[in-house]
Design a protein around this ligand. Structure first.
Ligand code: IMP
Ligand code: MG
Length: 181
């Protein structure tokens, strides 16, 4: 796997620092709230990030999983989100909801997902992403908590995949363009 990596962007120490900082910010955000915190882990990419992050949030919380994909622009389904695994929880208005995502690219997935949850009465939905590629945005969207902004390069590792591979690399690296082109 390592042969396919052009360079390491964030090593294990960098990731630890980013996650610790996000955990402190999130703890601070919710510490005085009387509503329970529910984190929604977006499968599969944010699995590893989320498992580290929740251990840095010093508050009681509950974990849920969702698996979604968004249709790109230009297809007949543009504007929709496909739900592969849904949340089984009612009365979303009773919770503070924090969506945990690996990376924001076009912005479609998280903008649609937050909208969907708000349509189901969730009135406090916030988002946390490990990585952000602001230059790739196609819809207006900004995560409430963002770990690290990166240029327009395809990255893998620490949960992020290319063709379902490389998720188990312990760092975030840039994939050699010849692998995907
Ligand atoms: P968005 O809806 O375009 O913001 O899509 C975000 C999703 O695209 C992420 O959850 C990832 O699954 C995927 N993605 C975008 N950029 C990368 C990347 O550089 N590496 C791996 N996955 C990526
Ligand atoms: Mg993803």
């Amino acid at each position: 796997m390592i042969r396919d990596v052009e360079r390491i962007l964030l090593n294990e120490k960098d990731l630890e620092k980013i996650v610790e900082d996000l955990g402190a910010r999130i703890t601070n955000e919710y510490k005085d709230s009387d509503k329970p915190l529910v984190v929604i882990v977006i499968l599969k990419g944010s699995l590893i990030f989320a498992s580290d992050l929740i251990r840095r949030i010093e508050l009681p919380l509950e974990i849920e999983f969702m698996k979604v994909s968004s249709y790109g622009a230009g297809t007949k389904n543009s504007g929709e989100i496909k739900i592969h695994l849904d949340l089984h929880r009612e009365h979303l208005e009773d919770y503070n909801i924090l969506i945990i995502e690996d990376i924001v690219d076009s912005g479609r997935t998280l903008s649609r997902l937050t909208q969907l949850l708000r349509n189901r009465n969730a009135n406090n939905v916030k988002t946390c992403t490990l990585l952000d590629k602001p230059s790739r945005r196609e819809v207006e969207f900004e995560a409430d908590f963002c770990g690290y902004s990166i240029p327009d390069e395809f990255v893998i590792g620490y949960g992020l995949d290319f063709d379902e591979k490389y998720r188990n690399l312990p760092f975030v690296g840039v994939l050699k363009p010849e692998i995907y082109s």
